[in-house]
Structures are given as structure tokens and as C-alpha cells.
Design a protein around this ligand. Structure first.
Ligand code: DC
Length: 212
């Protein structure tokens, strides 16, 4: 069983994917972290973020056990990830690693929840169920501000909103695997929903897909 969870930055897809994995006893892979980890490793090694050959090599040898590193949560890592994510060769290398992760999870008798931007469209077009999680830019900025600074609309709100809009533009506008819902994805707009309500609705959709 593969659950694909896609959506824009700060839509809550990561939190939701983690809860779904725990609920259904599946492995979880935050594919955004794979892009973030490659960008961070390239910076550490002094490579330019435009160096496609270095990005591919970094992706092929990336150690997935380091994906939880707290520094990968920073907005600098997110910005670097968004920049390198436009390179088709890097995407192909990471997609191969992401599929291998899910295959191993399935061979283990489980399955996996993968969250990202292109899981339902490119990585697993035959996923058991596809969810596309979204929310308005202002609501996503509010949640990000709360998470990073503990306040909803403090002095950092405008900068966070600008940053999210730039990330959306790059993720939706790139030629290689742009962010968009798969034609058979369930679209969940969580602007007016609590995290619990989004989780409840997502399990309803997954259960429905499993019955079918
Ligand atoms: O989900 P995130 O914010 O951690 O993702 C960081 C960046 O990585 C995002 O701006 C675009 C890129 N990304 C991608 O292109 N494809 C994915 N499947 C996951 C992330």
C-alpha cells in the first residue's frame, strides 16, 4: 500500500503523512527532506547549487538515516532544496531512491506514506490513494510563523508569506515535475480545518479507497 501526499510548502502535509503512517502501520518518507539533504550536503562540499553532476552524485550516495537532522528544517535548507529541485537529472536520481525506499517498505510486509510535490504524478502514479493537501498562502504563513516563532502574525509574518509565495512559484512553474495535483487525487483544502479535522478527513478518504 502506497499513500501519496502532495501539496505546497507549509500545507501541513508532513504532519498529516506522519500521522497516517502511524495510524496504518506504514513507513514514512518526507521526500522534501531528500531534496533538503542534497542541497545541504552540496553547500557543505562547496559545490554550486547549479552543479547538476554534483547534485546527482550526492543524491546517489545520500544516507537516508540522516534525514531527521534538525538543520534540514531551516528555511535556508528549504530554499536550497527548491532551487536544486528544478534539475531533471537530480530529480530522476532522487525519484529512484524514493521508489527503492517504498519497495523495501513493501517487501517488509508494510507499505509507505510518501509526502512531497510529485508523488502522485511521477514517483507513484499508481499509488493506492493520492491526497493533495492545500491551504491559502496566508493560512500557511500563519502556521509556519506559529511553528518557527510561536506567534501567528508577528514581525516575521510578511517575510514568511513572501518566502512561501516565491517557493510556490518555483515549485509550480518549473518544467520538471511541477507541483500540481494528480488527476485522480483527492484535494483537501485545510484552510478552515484543524490538524485533527484534516487527519480525520484523510483517514475517511484512505478507508474509502481501501474498500474499493
Ligand atoms: O516539502 P519541503 O518544503 O520540505 O520541500 C522543499 C523543496 O523541495 C520544495 O520547495 C521543492 C522540493 N521538492 C520537490 O521538488 N519534490 C518533492 N517531492 C519534494 C520536495
Amino acid at each position: 500500500m502506497i499513500i501519496a501526499v502532495d501539496g505546497p510548502a507549509a500545507s501541513g502535509k508532513g504532519t498529516l503523512a506522519k500521522r497516517l503512517a502511524a495510524h496504518y502501520g506504514l513507513f514514512h518518507l518526507d521526500t522534501g527532506r531528500t531534496y533538503r539533504a542534497v542541497a545541504a550536503a552540496m553547500c557543505d562540499a562547496g559545490h554550486s547549487l547549479d552543479d547538476s553532476a554534483a547534485a546527482v552524485e550526492t543524491a546517489r550516495t545520500l544516507d537516508f538515516s540522516g534525514l531527521d537532522a534538525p538543520r534540514l528544517a531551516s528555511s535556508a535548507a528549504g530554499e536550497g532544496a527548491s532551487r536544486i529541485a528544478v534539475m531533471p537529472a537530480l530529480r530522476a536520481a532522487l525519484v529512484e531512491r524514493q521508489r527503492a525506499f517504498a519497495r523495501a517498505a513493501s517487501a517488509d510486509g508494510h507499505g509507505a506514506v510518501l509526502d512531497g510535490r510529485d508523488i502522485g504524478t511521477v514517483v507513484f502514479p499508481d499509488a493506492t490513494v493520492k491526497l493533495f493537501i492545500t491551504a491559502s498562502p496566508a493560512e500557511r504563513a500563519r502556521r509556519r510563523a506559529l511553528e518557527l516563532f510561536g506567534e501567528e502574525a508577528g514581525p516575521n509574518f510578511e517575510a514568511i508569506l513572501t518566502d512561501l509565495r516565491r517557493r510556490d512559484e518555483r515549485d509550480e512553474g518549473r518544467a520538471a515535475s511541477p507541483l500540481r495535483p494528480a488527476s485522480d487525487a483527492y484535494i483537501l483544502d485545510t484552510t478552515q480545518m484543524s490538524a485533527d479535522a484534516a487527519f480525520f478527513e484523510a483517514t475517511r478518504l484512505v478507508d474509502k479507497a481501501l474498500r474499493n
